[in-house]
Design a protein around this ligand. Structure first.
Ligand SMILES: *Cc1c(COP(=O)(O)O)cnc(C)c1O
Length: 217
């Protein structure tokens, strides 16, 4: 991460490391905390709720999986962040279900991958680019959510050049939203295999699982 920041002429500390702990044990999360990690990302509620209960309050938990509407209540109650908001209906549910004690839920809009797949391939879930502005405006109006930024999970199988283009496109949308009056501070993009490119293209949060913890169970 530091080398990529230096290459890009960005200051040290400009990128947060989100440790993706899905498929990893409570012991692995604890050793991450002991090593100074604070932010942990998880995709599956069944797996993470007991982990949150066991690890306790020192970790900051980010939901990074697909949000089904029947799971919004648990996500709103148990996580500090939800990075994968893709639609107004999900945002409204999360806001109304966020418990009134404590902080608002920190939210990112997950962008749809701009790289179209083969015909008929719906690709990854995400908010279409031309709807991001109106979803951002809606989220800002919801009392129990705080819009922090954008999250990108590119389609699988892109080559380096296409990935770089994806990251660049997300960055430019992020800049446009801020130029239009939002104050976003989080551009969540980059994983074990591509975080250096993402950092060179302006990521402020990389989500790393296997490169930190090894293979998932
Ligand atoms: C699993 C996952 C990651 C981490 O992937 P690695 O390749 O193990 O670093 C990052 N982001 C999301 C959304 C994931 O589901």
């Amino acid at each position: 991460m530091t080398r990529a920041l230096v290459r890009a002429g960005r200051p040290a500390g400009a990128v947060t490391l989100l440790a993706v702990s899905k498929g990893q044990s409570v012991a692995a999360v604890r050793s991450g905390l002991a090593a100074g990690l604070r932010d942990f990302g998880e995709n599956y509620l069944q797996e993470v709720l007991p982990k949150i209960a066991t690890v306790g309050g020192d970790a900051v938990w980010h939901f990074i999986g697909r949000i089904q509407s029947n799971k919004t209540r648990e996500i709103a109650a148990s996580f500090a962040w939800a990075q994968t908001v893709t639609a107004a209906r999900i945002a409204e549910r999360l806001s109304s279900q966020r418990p009134h004690y404590g902080e608002p839920l920190q939210v990112c809009i997950q962008l749809a991958s701009s790289q179209a797949g083969a015909a008929g391939d719906a690709g990854r879930a995400g908010c279409p680019r031309d709807e991001v502005g109106s979803l951002a405006d809606l989220i800002v109006s919801l009392p129990r959510l705080r819009l922090r930024g954008l999250m990108l999970l590119p389609r699988a199988g892109l080559d380096t050049g296409m990935l770089r283009e994806e990251f660049r496109g997300a960055r430019s949308l992020f800049d446009q939203l801020n130029a239009g009056g939002h104050s976003l501070d989080t551009l969540s993009m980059g994983m074990s295999d591509d975080f250096e490119i993402a950092i060179e293209e302006g990521s402020t949060m990389v989500r790393i699982g296997t490169a930190l913890f090894g293979a998932r169970q």
